[in-house]
Every structure is written in C-alpha cells, then in structure tokens.
Design a protein around this ligand. Structure first.
Ligand code: CP
Ligand code: NVA
Length: 308
C-alpha cells in the first residue's frame, strides 16, 4: 500500500478496489450504527491554502468518526512557505500528529510536505490534482455496479486538476475517457502520457457533442478554478460552447450519469436543470467523499476495520 496519497497514480488497480471495498464496509457500518474507534488517540493536521466546504468537512468528520481528532490550519495562519519553509512545517507537524492532509496551490508544496514528513500526507487538492475527489467519484460508480472497465466517460470542460485525477484513476481502472475542451485548456500532456502508460484509453477533442455521444458518464467542473479568478471573463468566453445542458445530455446514453465535484457555478458549466435533474449523482459523490476518505485515512494511519 502507498505511504502518501498525492496523486491518483499513487494507487494501483488492486489498491483502488481495496479502498472501494473498505469504504463500502465503513459506510455500511456507520449507517448500521457501529461506532467503533480504530483511530482513538490519533490526530491529523488539515492544512488549507484555499477555501473548501466538502474536503474540510469530510476530513474533519471522517477522522472524528474513526475516533481521532483533527487540527485545522489555514495556510495564512501558519505562513506555509513564508513564515516558515514547507519542509520545516512538515518536520514539525510530524513530531505531533499522525497524518497530514493539505489543500495547496503548487503541487510541489504537497510533494515537499510528503518528502519531509515522517507521517502520511494526503492531497486534498492542488493545482494539478484532486485524487480524493477521483477516488470518491469512482467509488460512487463502483457501488452503483457500473462496469468501469466497459464505461465511456466524457469530461466536458476544463482539463484541470479534477480532470487529471479522473483521467489517471480511470486509466488504472480501465475506463475509456474523452475530454472535450477548447484549444489551450487541454489536460497536461504529462498526465495524458502517464494515463496512456497505465494502459488508459484517453482522447481529447474540441467537440463537446461528439464527446457526449454514447457516453455512460458526463463529468464537468468549474471553468475557473480557485486561483484563476483573474481569468474568469476570458474563460467564460472560451468555454461558452462547453456547457453541460439538456441538449448535450441528450446525446449520451439514456442511462447517462452526470457528475460534478462541486462547487458548481450554476448557469456556466452546468445548468440547474441538469445538476438538479434525474441523471445527476453530484450529491452522492459529495456524500462518498466522507466514506472514501475514511478508507484512505484508516489505511494510511494503520487502523483496522475490525475495531469499527
Ligand atoms: N469537491 C470539493 O473538493 O469541494 P470543496 O472545494 O468544497 O472542498
Ligand atoms: N477545479 C476546482 C475544483 C474544486 C473542488 C478548483 O480547483 O477550484
């Protein structure tokens, strides 16, 4: 099993499937009222350089449900990389806590934390990846019984951090992925190369309709990610033909599942009718952030499901 979880590519297919099974068991036990505390007395530090609703709450609630505690630290408060070097923050935290989750701008920051911390480090989103999101997303499909190896996923929108993690985990699990985006907003070539080296089938097109045709899953995310606010108007123009609306959904399979990591910019990348409509599983994804992350925390911190 991996020591840190910084990228979807840190997983293997078998490791991902083990996490899905553990997440399903944890979810089932929690819903059945089991309240065992396998991580009693353990603590995680949660560092956030950017805002969050889902990631912060699911990490904090997740560790508490497992019997541990969380310490929230905003990037501004600890001066990550300004008041003190990232390496020194990692070395200090590792003397007090049993694990670190961090949401950062530069991916290099989470890599530096992992290099210098002697405890597990989990990426709660960087400019390059959002592996906890992708894990919860594929867990959501897996628990619905979707045949991931036979599935065609259309990513419509920005080739961003969430897109990267979805492409990489999709490749590990045998999904076929097509990304529809305007020129200049493609996923990073190193991610496409890595996905192909993992045996993934990944295409990139400018044609959103073509991508949607026959899709089992349509996934979208905001056009302007955190940290890109100054580009908002330019991005709204560039992406105007990439909205996931009822017309686009109509090109996909009748059973299509529509995914969004949230938060949504309603009326931009997705319409209310689609996000709130019968194909949308966005809230199941959000719910499963909790269960999938509990599985990751339990695995990396070395707790046992038998104590739950
Ligand atoms: N999907 C997600 O990570 O949401 P937050 O930014 O609210 O954490
Ligand atoms: N791509 C978005 C995802 C938010 C969960 C961002 O980075 O802002």
């Amino acid at each position: 099993m991996m020591r840190h979880f910084l990228s979807s590519a840190d997983l293997t297919r078998d490791a991902a499937l083990q996490v899905f099974q553990l997440a399903a068991d944890l979810k089932q036990r929690w819903k059945a009222g089991r309240r065992g505390t396998p991580l009693a007395g353990r603590t995680m530090a949660l560092i956030f350089e950017k805002p969050s609703l889902r990631t912060r709450v699911t990490f904090e609630v997740g560790i508490v449900q497992l019997g541990g505690r969380a310490v929230y630290l905003s990037g501004a408060e600890i001066g990550l990389g300004t008041r003190e070097s990232v390496a020194d923050v990692a070395r200090n935290l590792a003397r007090w806590v049993d694990g670190i989750a961090a949401r950062v701008y530069a991916h290099a920051t989470i890599e530096t934390l992992a290099r210098h911390a002697t405890v597990p480090v989990i990426n709660g989103l960087s400019d390059s990846e959002h592996p906890c999101q992708a894990l919860a997303d594929f867990f959501t499909l897996w628990e619905r019984g979707v045949d991931i190896g036979a599935m065609r996923l259309a990513w419509i929108g920005d080739g961003n951090n969430v897109c990267h993690s979805v492409i990489l985990l999709g490749a590990l699990l045998g999904a076929s992925t097509v990304v529809a985006c305007p020129p200049g907003y493609e996923p990073a070539p190193r991610v496409l190369d890595a996905a192909r080296r993992l045996g993934g089938r990944v295409e990139v097109t400018e044609d959103a309709r073509k991508a949607a045709v026959g899709a089992d899953v349509i996934y979208t995310d905001v056009w302007t990610s955190m940290g890109q606010e100054a580009e908002r108007v330019r991005r709204q123009e560039a992406f105007s033909r990439y909205q996931v609306n009822e017309t686009i959904v109509g090109f996909a399979k009748p059973s299509v599942l529509v995914m969004h990591c949230l938060p949504a910019h309603r009326g931009e990348e997705i319409t209310d009718a689609v996000l709130d409509g019968p194909h949308s599983i966005a809230l199941d994804q959000a719910e499963n952030r909790l269960h999938a992350q509990k599985a990751v925390i339990l695995t990396l911190l070395g707790g046992s499901i038998d104590d739950v």
